[in-house]
Design a protein. Structure first.
Length: 302
C-alpha cells in the first residue's frame, strides 16, 4: 500500500506534469521539452499480468512516454518488470520513452542505474536500464527555490532519513514555503505532508524549537500546526504500540503452532513473521498453519 507521502508526490506531478521539468532541472537534467499529459498507468500484457507504474505521462505530440516509479527500497521483482513495461509502452505508443526512477537514497539509485541484463545460452541478450533521478541535498536546495511551493515537498522528502542541521534547515524552509499558498486547506495539506515524510528524529528536533523555554523560531501558523501534529502523533504512537503488542502475540502463536506441527522455520521466514505488524495477515497465517504440512501451505497465497 503506497504511503501518504508517496501519494502526495504522485499527485503533485500528475496535477501539473510541468513540475516534473522542475524536478529534473534540480538534478541537472534539462533535455525534457515534451508537452506531457497524464495517461492510464495500467499496462495489460496478458490477462494474468498487469504492470502499473506510479504514473504515466505521454507527450501528445510525439507519443514519447515517461513511466514514473517512486522507489524507496531495492525491489528485484520491479526491476525485472521494467523491460516488459518499456516494451509494451513503446509498442502501444509507437515511440520509445523512459522509465524514470525517483529516489532519495544513493544506494537505491545505484541499484536502479545498474539495470537488468541477462544472456541466453546461445548468446541472445536482454537488458534494460531506467533513467534514475536521485534527489539528494543539492537537489533539495534547488527545489526550495522552485516557483511552485508544492515542489518544497520533494526537498523535505529527500531528507526523510536524515536529522542533522542541514536536514532541519531544509525541512523548515520547506514548511515555510507551504505558507506561500493562499488556500489555507492546501497550505495545511502541504505542511502536513512535509511533516509526515520527515523522520521521527527530525520532527523531534523541530518540535524542540517551539518549546516554552526557547525563543519562538517559527511563524504562528506553523508553530500551531506542529503542536497539533505532535499531539496527534502521541495518540497515534499509543495506538501503534497496542497494535504492535497484539501482532507480537499473534507472531508468537504462529511460531508455536508451526513448531508443534514439526514444520521447520528458516531464518528468512522467522524474520518475515517477526516483522509482520498486520494482525489480520498473521491470523490468516495461523488459520493455514493449523492444517499445514509445509511452510508453502502457510504462505502460498501471499
Amino acid at each position: 500500500m503506497p504511503s501518504p507521502a508517496h501519494e502526495w508526490m504522485i499527485a503533485v506531478l500528475t496535477d501539473d506534469p510541468s513540475r516534473l521539468v522542475a524536478l529534473l532541472r534540480a538534478a541537472r537534467q534539462t533535455g525534457l521539452t515534451a508537452q506531457l499529459v497524464v495517461a492510464d498507468a495500467a499496462a495489460h500484457l496478458v490477462d494474468a499480468l498487469e504492470l502499473r507504474p506510479d504514473a504515466l505521462l505521454i507527450d501528445r505530440l510525439t507519443g514519447c512516454w515517461i513511466a514514473l516509479e517512486v522507489q524507496l527500497h531495492i525491489d528485484e521483482e520491479k526491476r525485472t518488470a521494467w523491460p516488459l513495461l518499456a516494451s509494451y509502452l513503446t509498442r502501444r505508443h509507437g515511440a520509445m520513452g523512459d522509465v524514470l526512477v525517483i529516489t532519495p537514497h544513493a544506494h537505491v539509485a545505484a541499484w536502479a542505474r545498474a539495470g537488468w541484463h541477462h544472456e541466453g545460452p546461445l548468446g541472445s541478450t536482454l537488458g534494460f536500464a531506467p533513467t534514475v533521478l536521485h534527489v539528494g541535498e543539492p537537489e533539495a536546495r534547488i527545489l526550495l527555490r522552485a516557483p511552485s511551493p508544492e515542489m518544497a515537498f520533494f526537498a523535505a522528502w529527500a531528507m526523510q532519513s536524515r536529522h542533522g542541521p542541514d536536514a532541519r534547515e531544509i525541512a523548515l524552509a520547506a514548511l515555510r514555503r507551504a505558507g506561500e499558498l493562499t488556500d489555507p486547506a492546501l497550505q495545511n495539506a502541504l505542511a502536513r505532508s512535509i511533516l509526515g515524510v520527515l523522520s521521527d528524529a527530525l520532527k523531534e528536533t523541530i518540535v524542540t524549537m517551539i518549546s516554552p523555554d526557547r525563543m519562538p523560531a517559527l511563524e504562528p501558523w506553523l508553530e500551531q500546526l506542529i503542536q497539533q501534529w505532535e499531539a496527534r502523533g502521541e495518540a497515534r504512537g499509543e495506538a501503534r504500540g497496542e497494535a504492535r503488542g497484539e501482532a507480537r502475540g499473534e507472531a508468537t502463536a504462529l511460531r508455536r503452532i508451526l513448531a508443534r506441527r514439526g514444520i521447520a522455520v528458516d531464518p528468512l521466514t522467522h524474520a518475515r513473521i517477526t516483522a509482520c505488524a498486520d494482525t489480520a495477515t498473521l491470523e490468516a497465517w495461523i488459520d493455514r498453519a493449523v492444517t499445514a504440512t509445509t511452510l508453502r501451505d502457510v504462505f502460498t497465497e501471499d
